[in-house]
Design a protein around this ligand. Structure first.
Ligand code: HEC
Length: 98
């Protein structure tokens, strides 16, 4: 019985997590495209299909100023609004986009 409960909890947590990434990404879609298929403001790399780790590393870099190109100020504001959990949810979601 205990095992079933633990499993149910894991499944629930996973689906909430995934939904969270999708809803968080709505803000990003304005610039990056619904499926992250666009070059944001014609400046960014296309991030669809990036691994979760790569997205999180880029976001952390924007947050602490160690990553980015000419338009990094655009992303600094976005990244500062995100904590580690939200970055991970976004990374996991973006990694599913093709
Ligand atoms: C106002 C438009 C805008 C919004 C909204 C936006 N971005 Fe960006 N994003 C950009 C631009 C422009 C760049 C390229 C910045 C640079 O020069 O480094 C970029 C770069 C990135 C990169 C790195 C790609 C690269 O070229 O190295 C990632 C990852 C990223 N954004 C994720 C996100 C996520 C996740 C969100 C939502 C929380 C988001 N962005 C919201 C405009 C935007």
């Amino acid at each position: 019985m205990k095992k079933v409960l633990v499993l149910a909890a894991v499944v629930c947590a996973t689906s909430i997590f995934a939904a969270d990434g999708a809803s968080l990404f709505k803000t990003c879609a304005t610039c990056h495209g619904q499926k992250a298929e666009k070059s944001a403001l014609n400046k960014s790399q296309i991030i669809a299909g990036w691994s979760s780790d790569k997205v999180v590393a880029a976001l952390n870099g924007y947050k602490d100023g160690t990553y980015g190109g000419a338009m990094k100020m655009t992303m600094t504001g976005q990244a500062k609004a995100l904590d580690a959990e939200k970055m991970k949810a976004l990374g996991d979601y973006i990694a599913t986009l093709k």
